[in-house]
Design a binder for this molecule. Structure first.
Ligand code: BMP
Length: 228
């Protein structure tokens, strides 16, 4: 069954998940609320990690999610890396806050099954850092994701060969790729390599004109989606 992220991406013909880590000044929650007001029609999802969580607090994050629950997919990025019972507890709490999905680290290899939560779980198998030890264990992490029956994967957009390998190994995976923009991967390049969604942060959030920057990225994605 397709995930909400896929439905929203299909409906808007966008494969952008916007990372809300930074803001331009003033009140962060007001900035992100205003930004989503201008850009949500071009976004499949929003990624929230510790920077936004610390700035807006759980109540602020819950209210942001509540305002866009039907229109955007909300991904929690805390890169959870604990023993299985604690990861399950953390996922339940994120679910209660309104998140649709969450990213977990796979390197602890502490999960014996995908935790019984209704939010989607994404396992990190490749990172954008050039010398990541995560990437040194890429094949093992893919094997582990496969053993678990994990459908969600995070694979660096800056490493298209890793995206191709992940797609080859797990054909049904939903692959999210961070690193488009500031970290060097061109818009739509991860989609071309086989990813399903591109995670973009600073190049949109801190752009002088975030909407036109986002339009540029989505246009590049649409060329790929339409087979160009
Ligand atoms: P930016 O486009 O501003 O570089 O943001 C990238 C986002 O993707 C950040 O939120 C970061 O936490 C995340 N990310 C990454 O950059 N590399 C990874 O390997 C994994 C990530 O989740």
């Amino acid at each position: 069954m397709p995930w909400k992220l896929e439905h929203v991406g299909e409906r808007k013909e966008s494969r952008v998940v916007l990372a809300l880590d930074y803001f331009k000044g003033g009140d962060p929650l007001a900035y992100w609320t205003h930004l989503l007001g201008r850009t949500a029609h071009l976004l499949a999802g929003v990624k929230i990690g510790l920077p936004a969580f610390m700035r807006a607090g759980p109540t602020g994050v819950a209210s942001l999610i509540e305002g866009y629950r039907d229109d955007l997919y909300f991904l929690a990025d805390f890169k959870l890396a604990d023993i299985g019972d604690i990861v399950s507890e953390e996922l339940s709490l994120l679910e209660a806050l309104g998140f649709d999905g969450a990213i977990v680290h796979l390197f602890p290899r502490c999960l014996s099954k995908v935790p019984a939560v209704s939010l989607n779980v994404f396992g990190l198998v490749s990172m954008t850092c050039p010398n990541s030890l995560v990437d040194a264990h890429f094949q093992e992490l893919l094997d582990y994701a496969s053993e678990l029956g994990l459908r969600g994967l995070v694979v660096a957009a800056t490493k298209p060969s890793a995206i191709r390998a992940a797609r080859e190994r797990l054909r049904e995976a939903v692959i999210l790729s961070p690193g488009v923009g500031v970290q060097g991967a061109p818009p739509a390049s991860a989609l071309r390599a086989g990813a399903d969604f591109e995670i973009v942060g600073r190049s949109v959030v801190l752009a002088e004109d975030p909407l036109s920057e986002l339009e540029r990225i989505v246009e590049a994605q649409r060329v790929v989606l339409r087979g160009g």
